[in-house]
Design a protein around this ligand. Structure first.
Ligand SMILES: [Zn+2]
Ligand SMILES: [Zn+2]
Ligand SMILES: [Zn+2]
Ligand SMILES: [Zn+2]
Ligand SMILES: [Zn+2]
Ligand SMILES: [Zn+2]
Length: 190
């Protein structure tokens, strides 16, 4: 199997989900954080792996596996997803809404909104739109559909905080950029 990045932060993964082996995480923190949205999907992935009949893909959300709530079809890629924009509390930065997450935090939808042509995975405009860490995250995070992630994501050197030297997970925390280009982590920026 191809090397996977952490499904939450896109940094180097330390281990895979032991149950489905289809997603990976940098550590326990991010695995725990992702579990609420991965739990049902994990079951479906295991069913498919065991060769048992899987539910029709149009009957559940391709991100979280939920089959109980209202569903819609994405405009960018025609996949079934929770119709759950109502779950997002404005200005909360919460990542509870599957629809909002796919629309805002994936190259798939960015490519569609920017009206690029061809497939986003091979799109040169998308490739140069973000710096490497953001590019890998937008292309491989858990807001992308299974089997629809950026193939061979580029490797990147994570930024470190200028003040405390901690590794910054740029896509998961609030950062501050200093005029000289250096970065401060969420804890140091105030
Ligand atoms: Zn992570
Ligand atoms: Zn799993
Ligand atoms: Zn969902
Ligand atoms: Zn899409
Ligand atoms: Zn594009
Ligand atoms: Zn810091």
């Amino acid at each position: 199997m191809a090397k996977l990045n952490c499904a939450v932060c896109a940094h180097q993964a330390a281990h895979q989900c032991a149950a489905c082996r289809q997603v990976a995480y940098c550590g326990q923190d991010h695995q725990r954080q992702a579990w609420k949205k991965h739990k049902k999907m994990c079951k479906i992935l295991q069913t498919i792996q065991q060769g048992e009949p899987a539910p029709d893909q149009t009957t559940y959300c391709g991100l979280c596996g939920d089959a109980d709530g209202p569903l819609r079809t994405t405009l960018c890629c025609g996949k079934t997803i929770c119709a759950d924009y109502g779950k997002y509390v404005p200005f909360s930065y919460s990542k509870d809404s599957c629809s909002r997450n796919h629309d805002r935090y994936t190259t798939c939808c960015y490519h569609f909104n920017e009206k690029h042509t061809g497939n986003w995975k091979t799109c040169k405009k998308c490739a140069s739109a973000h710096e490497a860490e953001a590019r890998v995250w937008y292309g491989t995070n858990a807001f992308n559909f299974m089997g629809e992630i950026l193939p061979n994501p580029p490797s990147f050197v994570p930024h470190t905080c200028k003040r405390c030297s901690r590794t910054i997970k740029m896509n998961c925390e609030g950062i501050a950029r200093l005029p000289n280009g250096a970065m401060l982590c969420e804890q140091c920026k105030y």
